[in-house]
Ligand binder design. Structure first.
Ligand SMILES: Cc1ncc(COP(=O)(O)O)c(C=O)c1O
Length: 358
């Protein structure tokens, strides 16, 4: 095991990297009281605290950005461009990372969420993006990844004409999944922390880069436990295909002939509804419960859905084969301020609402 981890680290060292994240992140037991629910009895839940990666309030994207911005720096780029939702954690941390490395930064905000209110438009991640001095641009669609990438390329062309050297971070799959390298690194950390005692790892699956990196990183070390990706952006079939594509490209980048089979890409979309950027009553209830009973913050777009999905699968008997479950907490916490009104209710729901199904 130790030799496999060292081999994975040696492979990762071939890729340029800008140190931005506080790692290794903590790995801790989720401390829930015994009356929290029958689904928690006789089972250990552990949390990989990637919400505490340090860069501008943390989250999984700090790990991805180490490799994107490392590549940008290695190519001597002086500007970076990224695209995401109005409350994108990625764009918040991209702005922070670019500021740290002295690069000009262009953030493209897509319209992914229906009828966003003033908090969604102005607070949380969006507000923090501004403080780093990045240039903000709008993009009218939310489901057109190719179009969003093309708009960034146009902006990059204009920067080139002005004598700049821009680095574009694409959104659509099919490009070298550089960001996933950050989760190969996380898999090495996790492999050491799990120490053979965990039998399921769970992570949010949006762009799918973290999920793919974690899966490939564990298999690279010959760790064969299942990895469950919780869908936060699109339905399971499309997400499986996307993650599988990333895994193939990532394995090629790493070399060594690793192959990820489709049957190894486990995704579950039962916490996705009502859709990206909106959470069901059940998710809000679990966000409230985690805060009130375990002192743990999660968000309604990503991490709250991940924990809620795990808890619901456990309630329904879908995780009976697993005793010790590790959940990667990918952060997203600044978005809580963008959902202020719902957050105020979540505490009451989590503590006192009956556990009926939505
Ligand atoms: C907080 C948080 N968790 C999870 C994800 C999903 O990660 P990925 O896009 O690598 O699938 C994101 C992506 O934006 C995120 O911001």
């Amino acid at each position: 095991m130790r030799a496999a981890a060292a081999r994975a680290e040696k492979i990762l060292a071939n890729f340029p990297r800008a140190r931005l994240a506080h790692t290794p992140t903590a790995f801790e037991k989720l401390a829930l009281p015994s009356d929290a629910g029958a689904e928690f009895a006789g089972r250990g839940f552990f949390v990989k605290r990637d919400d505490c990666t340090g860069l501008a309030m943390g989250g999984n994207k700090a790990r991805q950005l180490e490799f994107y911005l490392g590549a940008a720096r290695a190519e001597k780029c002086d500007a970076v461009l990224g695209t995401g939702a109005g409350q994108s954690n990625f764009l918040r941390m991209l702005a922070a990372g670019a500021a740290r490395l002295g690069m000009e930064c262009h953030l493209q905000f897509e319209e992914r969420v229906e009828n966003p209110n003033a908090d969604y438009r102005n607070s949380g991640n969006r507000l923090l993006g501004e403080i780093f001095g990045a240039h903000a641009h709008g993009y009218p669609a939310g489901e057109d990844e190719g179009g969003a990438d093309a708009a960034m390329e146009e902006r990059a062309d204009a920067l080139r004409r002005a004598g700049r050297k821009p680095f574009v971070i694409p959104l659509a799959p099919g490009h070298a999944p550089i960001g996933a390298l950050g989760y190969v690194d996380a898999a090495v950390e996790l492999g050491r922390q799990m120490d053979g005692k965990i039998d399921l790892v769970v992570i949010g699956s949006g762009s799918g880069l973290s999920h793919a990196g974690l899966l490939v990183g564990l298999r690279l070390q010959n760790i064969k436990i299942p990895v469950l990706g919780v869908c936060v952006r699109r339905a399971a079939a499309a997400q499986r295909e996307r993650v599988l594509l990333h895994c193939g490209l990532l394995a090629e980048m790493l070399g060594g002939g690793l192959k990820i089979d489709e049957s190894d890409v486990w995704v579950d979309d039962s916490a996705l509804a009502p859709g990206y950027g909106a959470a069901s009553e059940r998710v809000w209830r679990d966000i409230g419960m985690l805060a009130a009973r375990a002192g743990l913050l999660t968000d309604p777009v990503y991490s709250g859905k991940v924990f809620s999905c795990v808890f619901e699968l456990a309630r329904r008997g879908g995780l009976d084969a697993f005793r010790n479950i590790a959940i990667v907490h990918t952060g997203g916490l600044p978005a809580l301020f963008a959902y202020r009104e719902k957050v105020a209710r979540a505490h009451i729901m989590g503590v006192s609402a009956p556990r009926e199904r939505d």
